[in-house]
Design a protein. Structure first.
Length: 209
């Protein structure tokens, strides 16, 4: 997958394996991460790797985060956070607010998946709280999700684009088509904010408005 990313012109990859309370071991993830970096060097891939988690919000998730059991994004205050597809808006909002109140900056993963966030105003409410919004590249290639995601992006409610790659068959690496579409549909400033400025700020732990 890293070889495909390199061929696609990607120079930095932020890895975000799922974190499940009571099931995921931070030390083991670091061990695997170091092994992957070794293999990357062995194959001479010109790509930089960073580690984080996609925190599956639920019982004990906040406690594990505060006890430093979760890998924040490149050891910054940013936390990629996901919920179950059918979770109600109040639950998503309250969970993200708890993360904010604990001193972290939540990034809501794949905004297009949640039934409760099909209303753009609900997404706007989260953004006004200080939540960052991420979308998957594949959503821009699906007719039923494209309109919603583009509408959010045009109203400055998409902060980051992710590949959400898991394998080489069904959920493959690659954001090229989505990047081309965003470049066509958004202003130059909006596009660069999503694709260049915000990712850099996340990796450096800098505040994103």
């Amino acid at each position: 997958m890293l070889e495909q990313e390199a061929e696609d012109g990607i120079g930095r990859v932020l890895l975000t394996p799922h974190y499940f309370p009571h099931r995921t071991d931070k030390a083991f993830m670091h061990q695997q991460f170091n092994e992957l970096k070794r293999l990357k060097e062995e194959r001479k891939l010109n790509i930089e790797l960073y580690l984080g988690n996609e925190l599956c919000y639920g019982e004990d998730a906040l406690e594990d985060l505060m006890e430093d059991k979760v890998c924040t994004l490149n050891d910054t205050p940013y936390v990629l956070t996901e919920f179950h597809r059918g979770d109600p808006f109040s639950y998503i909002r309250d969970g993200l607010n708890q993360i904010l109140m604990a001193g972290y900056r939540p990034i809501l993963a794949h905004v297009e998946r949640y039934e409760a966030l099909s209303d753009q105003k609900k997404v706007g409410e989260l953004v006004s709280m200080g939540v960052l919004i991420q979308t998957n590249a594949g959503s821009l290639l699906k007719k039923e999700q494209k309109k919603h995601v583009l509408g959010l992006a045009k109203n400055d409610m998409i902060h980051l684009l992710g590949s959400d790659c898991h394998d080489l068959t069904k959920r493959v690496p690659g954001t090229r088509q989505a990047r081309i579409l965003l470049q066509k549909e958004l202003t130059k400033e909006q596009y660069e904010r999503i694709m260049i400025t915000n990712p850099k700020k996340v990796l450096q732990g800098e505040y994103i408005h």
